[in-house]
Design a protein around this ligand. Sequence first.
Ligand code: FES
Length: 257
Amino acid sequence: MKKFILDLTVKSVEQLHERYVLIKLTDKHPLPEMLPGQFVEVQIEGSSTTFLRRPISINFVDREQNELWLLVATIGDGTRRLAQLKAGETLNCILPLGNGFSPIFKGEKVLLIGGGVGVAPLLYMGAKMKESGVEPTFLLGARSAKDLLMLDIFRRYGRVYVTTEDGSEGEKGFVTNHSLLQQECFDRISTCGPTPMMKAVARFARENGIDCEVSLENLMACGLGACLCCVEKTTEGNLCVCKDGPVFNIKKLLWQD
Ligand code: FES
């Protein structure tokens, strides 16, 4: 897919949680085509410690409003600077990068499992699925009710099930403990979140013969396959998560635990 370097205009920055902001960006031209699971490399201006771009997954693309949404966890200097952006400022972005989730076929029953900020790409994935006539089921996990993000928006596109570690909303425990997994059969699982969660989901999928794709969050720098800092060992040798992923079928990964 053709990549673009664009100065996008900040439309709004919404504080969703003490550690997460939702940044909505727009452009005077229609935004380029983007696939669920792809990501954007954003330039951080005004941070004395951040020289490299930051990879942020595509949370949603609103074609009617010509908006690109980025859900950002504010965990370092660079991302905290992003959270301070004001409407009208510009953000230089390279997009769309990486390979997204595989296309879904009509009649497939698909479960989208997310944890923490890893829920971000699943919103766009679910919206695109619904657009193509396949209703997704979301299973979203967090530590506590206050850490569950954008639930109302997820509910616009499919059924939403929730787990929290402290039991403050939904079922208590981890996503892989949810009763839904015992009650319903799925053809495919797509997942994104903390690595231990994705490994547990991959194990469940493997044991139950379910096709499964994971979106890896290895550290990235260039985002373009040049620096090799994001390499993942696979059945095809070392692959760059930024260029060959971030989405991989679990059959390709050397995850045995
Ligand atoms: Fe540089 Fe992947 S981030 S090669």
